[in-house]
Write a protein that binds this ligand. Sequence first.
Ligand SMILES: Cc1cc2nc3c(=O)[nH]c(=O)nc-3n(C[C@H](O)[C@H](O)[C@H](O)COP(=O)(O)O)c2cc1C
Length: 318
Amino acid sequence: MKVLGISAGREAGNSEILLKTALEAVEKEGHEVSFLRLHDYNIKPCTGCEVCTWLGRSNQPIHCKYKWDEDDFYSLMQQVDECQGLILAAPAYHLLPPGLLGVLVNRLHGFGYSASQANKRAGDPKLRRAVATIGVAGSDWNSLQVPVLNFYATELICSQMNLVDQLFTTGVPALGNVAIKPDVLERAALLGKRLASQLGDSGPVEYLGDRPEACPICHSDILVFKNGRLSCAICDVAGDPEIDENGKIKKIRWDGGIEVSRFSMFGGKKHDEAMGDAVKKTQKMGYVFTEEDKRIIKETRERINSYLTPVKPERKAE
Ligand SMILES: Cc1cc2nc3c(=O)[nH]c(=O)nc-3n(C[C@H](O)[C@H](O)[C@H](O)COP(=O)(O)O)c2cc1C
């Protein structure tokens, strides 16, 4: 089996040290490993043209408005398509994974719609990919990092919540800092071993990580308050807290598992319903509007566009 490691961190930095430690462990289990550094890839930001969205919805082979030779997106995606396991490693930048990773994931938009499309590209209809994540952070400013990293990792494998393990370490601000933390290095090797154990099967991926305290699906801990209930910010599964005698949350009674999350047929239907009448089930290409609505949208856009011209960037010569 092939396992790809992607690092969004510095060259031979903390993310990369832990990622490669995990990949070494994967290789020891008899699998093929490869590695790429996101900084080597020039990826243009998504322009919101939605070419990929509509191709995906009409079950046509997905591509972006940018062609192969316009940037390095397809070259990267080809490597993701060809892997059966993925480890995504990234530092915390402003509470989140770096924007560079966000740029990649935005470009995946339509590609993430359908695992079957990815499997078609990989030539294996039954293929399911397992993922693991590694997050490193300088300080305690990291609350959104791992949950978002887990989400990005699953988006990369076409919105499948196949998380096997997650490793998160803080207090490593300096370049290579993690090298002096043998326990963390050991934990990275364990992550690699755990991922390797989940490769090549066709059944559900088993979560083997050790942060089981919050969401039962993505095992993250960002909950949002929604309609008087708690809900996982990543998976959109709702639940109600059970309070103990000290007024603390004892546990959360969740509505269910992956079958009621956004990573399911149920979630897909909910997603489409949330877009209102603009998206019809039978509609394959483009949004649906009445002639009157089209006129209002056109006139409003024209009016808004003619009010205030954007200030364009100014480049001063050296
Ligand atoms: C632009 C920037 C923003 C950062 N923001 C945070 C942050 O919000 N929270 C945090 O804990 N560390 C932050 N850091 C520190 C990095 O997460 C830390 O140095 C990490 O070890 C870098 O990983 P790397 O060596 O794999 O690149 C930031 C670093 C940079 C360069």
